[in-house]
Design a protein. Structure first.
Length: 360
């Protein structure tokens, strides 16, 4: 049997498409559940504590003093998908379930786990988003493990990422278990091979691999890189149009790049098309997207009116934000604290609107 070294580098901060590139998504392997790190003790209990995808999860919460007298509470947070490429986006948090008063002063509720492996991070809040239980800054966690070892390793890497600045011991044990699982997967798929699995210190973006090995949703970056070399914006714009059916809607950056190329080409129809694609895709917050577009298209005299319209809409968006429920409010930040951040964003938006007005 030939011997060779199969090296897999797992990112410490975030798991991107690297597992999808190296591992078959359908491979099923037996799991050793007791070896996985146990979640930190908390006054919130998920039942089961490590549910399978698509199963019903019951939440039982024993409130801290500030939340004990509330008529209802909210479990707010997100599920992070192991194989999802992040592209630097800010995480989006949702109200997962409303917790109603139960027995013995507890609050309870239930929800359905994601349909695939994921790592859940949550806090408990009152309805106004002003009284929070963040589990001492650690947050409450819920791993949803899939059927195969590779997805389980991905969940553990997401877990290590979350605890990086919180608990080095959890980071270490999560990394160790993820490495062990990946060694088992690779050993089963490559009998007799010498296997090395390591953890890197920097999160890949999906763009550091050879361009010929990019996943389909990132193939458009080849055209972008060629444009940076030859400056042919019309050619690159046409190539991005061909890739849109695959990469569109995934917030990969193709729409932003398409608009830049359209402005460079002074192709007004393409400018309008890629503008609408950015707005439909939702690259960041609605007001940020609109201000970004306004800045880009304001260099075209024929689109200055549209730029002003978008800047006005951005101001209106900022004024209409539901502070308690808005997805971009970070976990652990109160609605009042987020209001301060939005006030600064609105001041910047107003300054940009005034600049666009003055440029006319």
């Amino acid at each position: 049997m030939p011997h060779y070294k199969n090296v897999i580098v797992l990112p410490a901060l975030t798991l991107t498409a690297i597992l999808a590139l190296f591992l078959p998504s359908g491979s099923a392997h037996a799991l050793a559940l007791p070896q996985d790190p146990a979640p930190p003790a908390a006054n919130l209990v998920f039942t089961p504590e490590a549910p399978s995808p698509g199963s019903t999860v019951t939440v039982t919460y024993h409130p801290v003093d500030d939340l004990a007298d509330e008529p209802e509470l909210v479990l707010r947070g997100r599920f992070e998908v192991p194989r999802q490429v992040d592209f630097g986006h800010e995480p989006r948090n949702e109200r997962v379930v409303t917790l109603a008063p139960g027995d013995g002063g507890s609050f309870t509720g239930s929800f359905t786990a994601p349909s695939s492996a994921a790592y859940g991070i949550f806090v408990v809040e009152d309805r106004a988003g002003e009284q929070l239980d963040t589990n001492g800054g650690m947050h409450f966690e819920l791993p949803v493990y899939g059927e195969d070892k590779s997805s389980r390793a991905g969940v553990l890497i997401r877990r290590a990422s979350h605890y990086e600045d919180r608990d080095p011991a959890i980071v270490s044990e999560s990394h160790a278990r993820a490495e062990e699982l990946m060694r088992e997967v690779l050993a089963e798929e490559n009998p007799g091979a010498a296997i090395t699995v390591t953890i890197s210190d920097s999160p890949p973006t999906g763009l550091e691999r050879d361009l010929s090995e990019l996943p389909p949703e990132l193939r458009w970056t080849r055209a972008w890189m060629r444009w940076q070399e030859d400056g042919n914006s019309r050619l690159a714009l046409g190539e991005l149009e061909e890739e849109w059916p695959v990469a569109g809607g995934l917030r990969t950056g193709i729409a932003n790049s398409g608009l830049l190329l359209a402005v460079e080409s002074r192709d007004l129809d393409a400018v309008d098309l890629w503008t609408e694609r950015i707005l439909g895709e939702g690259w960041t917050d609605p007001w940020s997207d609109k201000l970004m577009i306004a800045q880009m298209i304001s260099t075209l005299p024929e689109r200055r009116a549209r730029a002003l319209e978008l800047a006005r809409d951005a101001l209106a968006d900022l004024d209409a934000v539901d502070l308690a429920g808005y997805a971009a409010r970070p976990l652990g930040q109160t609605a009042a604290e987020y209001a301060d951040a939005l006030a600064r964003a609105r001041a910047d938006a107003q300054a940009e609107y005034n600049r666009l007005l003055g440029a006319g």
